[in-house]
Design a protein around this ligand. Sequence first.
Ligand code: PHE
Length: 412
Amino acid sequence: SHPETVQLLGKEYPSDSHTNITPTVAEKLNRNLYLQSAHPLGILRSLIESHFTDFAALSGLSPLVTPGKNFDDLGFPLDHPGRALSDSYYINRDLMLRTHTSAHEVEVYARGERRWLLSADVYRRDEIDASHYPVFHQMEGARVFPASAAGVEELEDSNARLSEHLSKAHIVIEDVPHITPSNPAQPTHDPRTSSLVAQNLKLSLNSLMLALFGGRAGASEDPLRVRWIEAYFPFTSPSYEVEVFFHGKWLEILGCGVVQQQTLDRANVPNNVSWAFGLGLERIAMILFSIPDIRLFWSQDPRFLSQFAEGQITTFKPYSKHPPCYKDVSFWVPDGGLHDNDVFDLVRDIVGDVAEDVKLIDSFTHPKTNRTSRCYRINYRSMDRSLSNEEANVYQAGVLSRLQEKFGVEIR
Ligand code: PHE
């Protein structure tokens, strides 16, 4: 039922039973929002890049990667849910859209970079609401130290400088131990070196949080609060997550850790240790610029774009909030089942960014026939203009007929 080839970035790729990339997603591949200097994502990228002096700032790597690069090279198990067709976009079984910037770790280390940042668009199949979009942007950062006496000296020196800088800052850090039985140093690492690397990572990121959020957390006499939490990633150990207290809530900002030695070995840089982090640019930009809906980043409306200027963090002023228009779709799920994300991608394909959110509001299985019925509530609302009920009806009719055509659902 799919065409035999897929056109992406001016090239043609064979499709197969894995192919699930949609036209709406495909058209995002060359937008490069994060490279526009007066776009909130570009402004934030530059701000972080200028904070990390002496780090190479990389960008422009192709979003098309092999599953090997996105998952296997980083130690993801074969049954990891991220690999599923329901969670990631595949061009075919051998090629996918990267789901995170960590997919480029091996090649960047292999190029010889020892302090680097890499920004890119990443793709995940997900729900539709104000904070989820199938395309978003991440920045990966890493720093490598020799696993030798010289490396230990470099770490101690860097840690002393960063501690000194932070000791004078208006910041309160809730820490976790660098290494614990549940968040261990790697067997091939000297625990003392691993601990120093983890400390360097923490100090470097606390300093970044201070640069981004310090003095902005509402009442500026309150100190910035940063919280460290133990985490798990297949490609780091120990691993952590960082949260920042902002406008009365703890917000998850990034994941990070001490890079698994196999990544560095694969990149041909043995006898070195590295930390790495990956942060979501939209997440942070929504907070810093007060952008209420993730779809706005894709807006080409001058009322959005004209509010931002290179190098400046300004508060977005909403120019219009049109009334929502809710419509429900109820259907019997076909025998083979149907994943929520298949429904969401179909809606995005027909409705585009006019779909503000889509929620599963009811699901039940008929006791006699054993068939399952589901009801989704779609909120049609444009960010740029007011939408007539007639237009929403046209979208809704399109969604209904495509659901029947593509998945064989029976509309109720
Ligand atoms: N790639 C991880 C994610 O997308 C974040 C991460 C990057 C974690 C680097 C550890 C080290 O969630």
